[in-house]
Every structure is written in C-alpha cells, then in structure tokens.
Design a protein around this ligand. Structure first.
Ligand code: PEP
Ligand code: MN
Length: 339
C-alpha cells in the first residue's frame, strides 16, 4: 500500500499516522520526493482500512497494491481449489459439472419427475429452492422445510447431491439436518455478512452468487467472509448483473471467468438461467461459459416448464438440457476439459 502525504502535512499528524500503522505490526518506509512524501506500507495490508487512513488530515492519497482479500487470493494459494460437493468434484482440471433442476422445489411428485429427468439428461447435482427470495411478498415463497425433505428424498432415490438456497441464519441447522450438500447464498444475500459468517462456521460447500450490483472485488470479499470463518469450500456463481439493458433479465458478465481465475483459486460456475431470463438464450450462454473456462453450469430445468411454480420463462426442458450437455461436451473437449 502506498500512502501519499499532503504537501503541508504536519510532523505531529504524520507521526500519529506512522504510530497507528506500526502498532498493527506493519512497516512504514518513507520515500521523500521533490513534490510529495510517500510511505510504502509493508506487511499484511489486508488488515488496513483505506477509509480510516484517509481520516488522518495529513493524507492526500491511499493506493492499495495488494488485493484486500487473502484467503480467496491466488497469490497465497497458487493451485486451483477443488471442492468436493457430496462426492462430485468442482474446479481445477475436474470435469465441468452441471447442476440442474427446477427454480422451486414443488410437490413431491413434480420434484421427483424433474429430478429423474435432469439426472437422465446428464446433470451431476440437483438444484431447487425450498426457501425462495421473491420480489413480491404475495408470490410463492417456497415450501420451506417440507421442500428440504422432498429434496432429501430425491437425493436418496437418484443418488446425486442437492443444492438449495439459505436465506436466514436460523435455518442453518435445518439444512444440516436434511443433508444439504451445497448451500446456495443467493444474489440478494451476497452481502448479508451475518449469514456469510454463519455459513463460514460450517464445513458445507457454499455456492456464492454474485450480487445484482456488486463488483468482482466485493464478491471476492464476500467469499473471504465465509473462508475467514474456517469454511474454505466456496464456489463462486455469476448469475448476471443489473444494467440498463431490458431485452434480458440481467446482463451475463462472462468476462468474470478469466478475471476470477487470475485473481482467485476458487471454482466458478455460471447461471445462464437467471442471467438471461429466457430459455431460448440458455444454450448459447452455457456454451460460451464453457468456452470461457467455467467450472460448471447451474441451469433451471423442469419436466414441464410452462407449469413451473416460478421462473418458467427461463426454465429449459430435459430435452434442451440434454442437448446443452451434448454440445457442451464438444466445446469442453476443444479446451482440453471434459463434461
Ligand atoms: C435461484 O437460484 O433460484 C435464485 C433465486 O437465484 P439468484 O439469487 O441468482 O436470483
Ligand atoms: Mn429461479
């Protein structure tokens, strides 16, 4: 970190600044220039808060050189992390995974039919929301614990891991009791720091969606919250961000794949369903994501999308899912991966 002092910085204030930073175990190296004096701060600068440094009236500018995240940073963990989700490995050179299922966990018969269909189409894990974050309080809110029980039945019957969204701290025990293999933190909760801290205390893999209006750095800092609690099993998920564009539900930011891969060792999964809001766009965005280096896809699929209880317009049929996987395998082969 580089701290530039104001021309008229007083000796007294500068000494207070030096003392406050050295007190944290960091070294302050003064470089005297002709116009400005700057300090190079050496040590673990992740513990420093730029805003606090600006609080000293002698400070002109603060420039961070190292990223503010440490555990999620590739610099300190050069090899790719591979996360084991109920026996399915995600990341590194492992096969590209497909997580699929309906938006919401519907009744037992419906979920079982969809689960069997996505399994047959080639999905590696089953998704479905038991607790749903809906824009309207009058919309279907999910079946709650009943939905978790239904998911558990599907896991037992079809033998694949289950992924479902956690919205509240006080439901964590329920998720553990019902053997959820991966906890999804939804876009709207990406910066629910208390929730992040609590899932950080478990050892259950976490699928951390990017917030609707969050930067990559904020997203990696959210991962850091989970990891700093001791749970390093984090998989990032890009699900589209909010822009001015109206022809799609969100704007799929595929550039995050190489950026995240360069800066972090965590696996990244793409959600083309919430990113586009349109089932006709899901295949092309899935293939593009694979080509760009995604470690997996999370795709909403239903045996009868028109009858889906939520997000039907972006939900593909099992036949479409099968086709996406078939084409995806071909792209994966070209980039030296399997699917
Ligand atoms: C979902 O996966 O159904 C969901 C609500 O996702 P997001 O948080 O990305 O909107
Ligand atoms: Mn959905």
């Amino acid at each position: 970190m580089i701290i530039t002092l104001k021309r008229d910085a007083s000796q007294e204030e500068t000494e207070r600044l030096i003392h406050s930073i050295e007190q944290l175990g960091l070294e302050m190296h003064l470089i005297s220039g002709t116009s400005f004096n700057v300090f190079g701060v050496v040590g673990d600068t992740t513990i420093l808060d730029e805003k606090k440094i600006y609080g000293y009236s002698c400070v002109q500018d603060v420039c961070r050189i190292a990223a503010p995240y440490k555990l999620a940073n590739r610099v300190f963990h050069p090899s790719d992390s591979v996360i084991d989700v109920g026996g399915v490995k995600v990341g590194g050179h492992e096969k590209i995974v497909v997580i699929s299922g309906p938006c919401s966990v519907e009744d037992e018969e419906s979920l079982m039919t969809s689960a069997e269909a996505v399994k047959k189409a080639g999905a590696d894990m089953l998704r479905g929301g038991a607790y749903k974050p809906r824009t309207s309080p009058y919309a279907f809110q999910g079946r709650g614990e009943e939905g978790l029980i239904t998911l558990q039945h599907a896991k037992e019957k079809f033998g694949f891991p289950i992924v479902t969204e956690l919205m509240s701290i006080n439901k964590i025990q329920e998720f553990l009791d019902h053997d959820v293999d991966m906890i999804q933190i939804g876009a709207r909760n990406m910066q629910n720091f208390d929730l992040l801290k609590e899932v950080g205390k478990t050892n259950v893999p976490v699928l951390l969606k990017r917030g609707l209006s969050n930067t990559i750095e904020e997203w990696l800092m959210a991962a850091e919250y989970i990891m700093s609690g001791g749970n390093t099993n984090v998989i990032l998920c890009e699900r589209g961000i909010r822009t001015f564009e109206k022809y799609t539900r969100n704007t799929l930011d595929l550039s995050v794949i190489p950026i995240v891969k360069e800066r972090s060792h965590l696996p990244i999964v793409i959600d083309p369903s919430h990113a586009t809001g349109d089932r006709d766009l899901v295949e092309s965005m899935s293939l593009a994501a694979i080509a760009a280096g995604a470690d997996g896809l999370i795709i909403e699929a239903h045996h009868n999308p028109e009858a889906a209880w939520s997000d039907g317009a972006q939900t593909v049929t099992p036949e479409q899912l099968q086709q996406i996987i078939a084409k995806g395998k071909a792209i994966a082969h070209v980039i030296g991966r399997s699917m």
